[in-house]
Design a protein around this ligand. Structure first.
Ligand code: GTP
Length: 598
C-alpha cells in the first residue's frame, strides 16, 4: 500500500468505556472479521484479560476500507493496554500511530487514566478524534461530556462523533473521520530502515513474534537485520501484515505496520521500544525514547511444597520469555526456604503473574507482601538498592533510608473530595493542588510514598468514592524519611518473609493491628503460640494463640464415615495454602495481612 493510503491509529479509552466493543464493530464494518468470529472479542485475546476485562498485551488489526471517496485504504488499528502499570507500552504503541480515537463513555466522563494517555498522545502530536460512546444509554449526556473534554483537555470537540459501539451507531462516521482527519504516515522510503518494535510475544512454535511500525526505508523477508538497543543481529525469516491473522507479504514499506519472526527465543532480546535496522549500512540513530521496563514492586514467591521449586523455576523462565518486565532471582528465606524474589511493574502485573503461575503451571504458591525499592546508605559502603525488607541492615549499620515518591492525580466527583483527601493524608500524602474541572468533577494532586500506594490504595479509592474516582501516578524520585523495619515473630521464630519497612510513627499502630490480624488468620496449634511484632529486637506488640485441645475428629466420634471423610478433606484443602514455618502452619493470607491493616 502506498503510504498516502495508510492510516495508523489507536483507541484511547478508560476501562469499560467501550474500546473492545468499538474495535469489534470497526472490524465487522470493514469486513475484516466475520460476525461469527466476533463471538470472542478479537483484540483482547488472553484468557486472563477477558476475565478481568483489561487489556494487557497489545494486538493489531489491519482493515481494508473503501472510503466514500472511492479510494481503498489500509487502516491499522493498534491496541493499547489500559492500565496504569503499562504506561511505557502505551507510549510505544502511540508512537506507532498518527492518530487516536478518544472514546469517552457519554454517561460518565473523562477519567484520570484517559487523561494521562491523551496527554501522551498530544505530546506525540497525534491527531485526536473524540468519540462520545454509549449514546444509546438513557443516562447518556453527550453535551456535558463534550464540554468536559473541551474544558479539561482543551480539545476541539465540535466534530466529536456520537456513537454507540453496542448499537452500531456512528461507526461509518468514525471510519470516514479516520481517513480524512488522521494524517497519512510520512513517506521516508529512501532512508535506511528504521522500524519501532511496539509489542512482542512468545509463541512456543515460532519463537518471538514482534510487531513493528516502519518509519524509514523498507524491510524485505530474508534480510539481515539489527536491533539497535540490544545490538543483536538477526535474520528477518518471515514478515507480513496483521490482517488480523498473520499473513506473510515478503516486503513492508515506510509507514506500514507488521510482524516479524526472526529466531529470537525470548522477548527480552526483542524489547518493546527497540529499533530494527539493516545489519549493514543501517540507520545511525535509533528511534528515540527507548526505555528498559523497570520493575517497581517486588515480592517473594515461594512454592508451598519445597519439591515444586524446580517447577516454579521452569514456569518463571517460561513466563519471562513473554514478559520482558518480569524479573526474578533466587531467594533463600530462613522461614520459607527456596523461592524467588520477583519484580513487577505494579500490583496488577504481580497478580497476573501469580495467577498464571498457579493456573497455567499448577503450582501452589505463597506470595509475600509487595515492597518497593528503597535506597539505603550503609555506614560502610555505597548506597544500595534494596527490594527485600529482610535484607535491611540493622539501625546501627545504616545512615539513612530513602523511599520512592510518586505524584498522584485523582479525579473524582465533588462529593468524594473529603473522603479522598482523608485517604491521601492517612497514606502520608502531601497535598499539592486541587482543580475544579467541569460540573462537579475535581482533580486532586498529591505527592506520596509509592509504598503507601502499592498496597490497597486503589481499592480504597474505589470504595470511598463508590467507584467513581480514578487515579494515575508517576515517579518523581527518592526522599529520605524515618523508616524502620517491622519484624514479625511467630512461636519465637522471626519470619523474614513477613518483615516490612514502615514509617516509625506508624510502626506501633501497625504492629499492634498486624498481631491482632495474624491471630485471626493463623490456625491454632496443640500448644500456645506467641505472635510478636518488634523493631530492632524490641517487642512493640504481641498476641498469642491459645492451645487447641480438641482433635477435629473428636466431635464426630461415632458419626458416619462420610462425614468424617468430608471433614478430613476440608482440613486438607485448608492446608493447601499454608506454609509450615517451624512448627506452625502459616496461611497465605498472613503474608498479605500487612496490606489490609494499613
Ligand atoms: P477494557 O477492555 O476493560 O479496557 O474495556 P473496554 O473499554 O474495552 O470496554 P468494553 O468494550 O469491554 O465495554 C465495556 C462494557 O460496556 C461492556 O459491557 C459493553 O457491552 C458495554 N458497552 C460498550 N459500548 C457500549 C455502548 O455503546 N452502549 C452501551 N449501552 N454499552 C456499551
Amino acid at each position: 500500500t502506498p503510504s498516502e493510503r495508510i492510516r495508523n491509529f489507536c483507541i484511547i479509552a478508560h476501562i469499560d468505556h467501550g474500546k473492545s466493543t468499538l474495535a469489534d464493530r470497526l472490524l465487522q464494518e470493514t469486513g475484516t472479521v466475520s460476525s461469527r468470529d466476533l463471538k470472542e472479542q478479537f483484540l483482547d485475546n488472553m484468557d486472563l484479560e477477558r476475565e478481568r476485562g483489561i487489556t494487557i498485551k497489545l494486538q493489531t488489526a489491519r482493515m481494508n476500507y473503501t472510503a466514500d471517496d472511492g479510494e481503498h485504504y489500509s487502516l491499522n488499528l493498534i491496541d493499547t493496554p489500559g492500565h496504569v502499570d503499562f504506561t511505557y507500552e502505551v507510549s510505544r504503541s502511540l508512537m506507532a500511530c498518527e492518530g487516536a480515537l478518544l472514546v469517552v463513555d457519554a454517561s460518565q466522563g473523562v477519567e484520570a487514566q484517559t487523561l494521562a494517555n491523551v496527554y501522551l498522545a498530544i505530546e506525540q502530536d497525534l491527531e485526536i478524534i473524540p468519540v462520545l460512546n454509549k449514546i444509546d444509554l438513557p443516562g447518556a449526556e453527550p453535551e456535558r461530556v463534550r464540554r468536559e473534554i473541551e474544558e479539561v483537555i482543551g480539545l476541539d470537540c465540535s466534530n466529536a462523533i456520537m456513537a454507540s459501539a453496542k448499537a452500531g451507531i456512528g461507526i461509518p462516521e468514525i471510519l470516514e473521520s479516520v481517513v480524512h482527519n488522521i494524517p497519512a504516515p510520512k513517506d521516508n522510503s529512501d532512508k535506511p530502515l528504521r522500524a519501532l518494535i511496539y509489542d512482542s510475544y512468545y509463541d512456543s512454535y515460532r519463537g518471538v513474534v514482534t510487531y513493528f511500525r516502519i518509519f524509514d526505508g523498507q524491510l524485505h523477508e530474508g534480510e539481515k537485520i539489527k536491533l539497535m538497543a540490544t545490538g543483536k543481529n538477526l535474520d528477518a525469516d518471515e514478515i507480513g501484515v496483521l490482517a488480523p491473522k498473520q499473513v506473510s507479504t515478503g516486503l513492508l514499506e515506510s509507514g506500514e505496520v507488521g510482524y516479524l519472526i526472526s529466531g529470537v527465543k525470548s522477548v527480552e532480546d526483542a524489547k518493546v521500544g527497540d529499533t530494527i535496522t539493516i545489519a549493514k549500512n543501517g540507520a545511525e540513530e535509533p528511534i528515540p525514547g527507548f526505555e528498559e521496563a523497570k520493575p517497581m514492586v517486588f515480592a517473594g514467591i515461594f512454592p508451598i511444597d519445597a519439591g515444586d521449586y524446580p517447577a516454579l523455576k521452569d514456569a518463571l523462565g517460561k513466563l519471562k520469555l513473554n514478559d520482558a518486565a518480569l524479573s526474578y532471582e533466587v531467594e533463600n528465606s530462613a522461614a520459607m526456604g527456596f523461592g524467588f524474589r520477583c519484580g513487577f511493574l505494579g500490583l496488577l502485573h504481580m497478580d497476573v503473574v501469580q495467577e498464571r503461575l498457579e493456573r497455567e503451571y499448577g503450582i501452589d504458591l505463597i506470595t509475600t507482601a509487595p515492597s518497593v525499592v528503597y535506597r539505603v546508605k550503609p555506614v560502610k559502603g555505597e548506597l544500595m538498592m534494596l527490594d527485600n525488607p529482610a535484607d535491611l541492615p540493622e539501625a546501627t549499620k545504616r545512615e539513612y533510608i530513602e523511599e520512592p515518591y510518586v505524584k498522584l492525580e485523582m479525579i473524582t466527583p465533588e462529593e468524594f473530595v473529603g473522603p479522598l483527601m482523608e485517604l491521601a493524608q492517612e497514606r502520608r500524602g502531601n497535598f499539592l493542588d486541587m482543580r475544579y474541572l467541569v460540573l462537579g468533577r475535581t482533580t486532586l494532586v498529591y505527592e506520596m510514598p509509592l509504598a503507601e500506594l502499592v498496597t490497597d490504595f486503589f481499592d480504597h479509592l474505589k470504595s470511598r468514592s463508590k467507584g467513581y474516582a480514578s487515579m494515575e501516578y508517576s515517579m518523581i524520585g527518592y526522599r529520605q524519611d524515618d523508616l524502620v523495619k517491622l519484624d514479625v515473630g511467630v512461636n519465637g521464630e522471626t519470619i523474614d518473609a513477613l518483615a516490612c519497612i514502615v514509617h516509625r510513627e506508624k510502626a506501633y499502630g501497625l504492629g499492634a493491628e498486624l498481631c491482632k490480624k495474624l491471630k485471626e488468620i493463623i490456625p491454632r496449634m496443640q500448644f500456645k503460640v506467641p505472635i510478636q511484632a518488634s523493631i530492632g529486637g524490641k517487642v512493640i506488640a504481641s498476641q498469642h494463640l491459645s492451645a487447641l485441645r480438641k482433635d477435629v475428629l473428636a466431635k464426630c466420634y461415632g458419626g458416619d464415615i462420610s462425614r468424617k471423610k468430608k471433614l478430613l478433606k476440608k482440613q486438607a484443602e485448608g492446608k493447601k495454602r499454608m506454609k509450615s514455618v517451624g512448627k506452625v502452619d502459616v496461611p497465605q493470607e498472613a503474608f498479605k495481612a500487612m496490606l489490609s491493616v494499613k
